[in-house]
Design a binder for this molecule. Structure first.
Ligand code: MG
Length: 257
């Protein structure tokens, strides 16, 4: 089994820098979400920003991915491939997932943004998805177990009538974008690895308005809800401590979206 890495103070500082750049890129992408914009335009801006900071977009060329951000619209849950053919429309919800690597360490974060005016149902889905992250990480501290977070996310989401994706999960993160342990968004509490101070993980609820089953389209990336229901995503990279976790994907202004 793959070992979980603990980050030294110097490595934690690198993770803070990577997290800040990823969070700034997320915020930039979110500000660009409006009717008439293509997902490729947003992707190009994200890439320009990250490279301008002296960092590398973590997702670019990852497993052959062609974008610097995953941009996933409406029933697309994750891994939407930026394209000039995808033009955002009033009422869409747009999930942006972005990673940045600097000094050999990664930050990874995501959020779902409204395009113009959206339905109250879509707004509620976005809010419940974000809050499920904060509910889950209440138990992300040294001594707790990974599935305590998983259970916290699932309980909050299902308590609001939505479902959590099973096929994709959060993850450890550091010198590699995806490290041990896996951090599912479902499961009973009290299982999995025990958190230790110095671990860094990406917690990322993927929430469906309807059923949780998803499928991947022929492009090998774009992941949609089978029932066509809306989906939302929220993710931050965090550092485990003996107390509250430190959110690493935060902008200079202290923003988490
Ligand atoms: Mg991630």
């Amino acid at each position: 089994m793959e070992l979980i890495t603990l980050k030294s103070p110097r490595e934690q500082e690198c993770m803070r820098r990577a997290g800040r750049i990823a969070a700034q890129a997320r915020a930039l992408a979110g500000q660009m979400v409006r009717p008439g914009v293509t997902t490729l335009e947003i992707d190009k801006a994200v890439r320009g920003f990250i490279e301008g900071q002296g960092a590398i977009p973590s997702f670019l060329n990852y497993g052959g991915f062609t974008g610097s951000a995953c941009i996933s619209v409406n029933q697309v849950v994750i891994h939407g491939v930026p394209s000039q053919k995808i033009v955002l429309q009033e009422g869409d919800i747009v999930s942006v997932d972005v990673g940045a690597c600097i000094d050999g360490f990664h930050g990874d974060c995501a959020a779902t943004y409204p395009c113009g005016g959206i339905s109250p149902e879509a707004q509620r889905l976005i809010e419940v998805t974000q809050q499920s992250f904060w509910e889950g990480i209440k138990l992300a501290k040294a001594g707790q177990r990974v599935s305590d977070v998983s259970h916290g996310v699932q309980a909050y989401v299902e308590g609001h009538g939505y479902s959590v994706v099973r096929d994709f999960v959060g993850h450890g993160i550091g010198a590699r974008l995806h490290e041990a342990p896996e951090v599912p968004n479902f499961g009973s509490a009290g299982h999995g690895a025990r958190f230790q101070s110095g671990m860094t993980i990406a917690v990322e609820p993927m929430v469906c308005a309807g059923d949780w089953h998803v499928r991947v389209l022929k492009d090998g990336w774009t992941t949609v809800t089978v029932d066509g229901s809306l989906a939302a995503h929220y993710e931050n990279t965090l550092l485990i401590t003996d107390g509250e976790p430190e959110i690493l994907t935060v902008t200079e202004d202290g923003a988490y979206v």
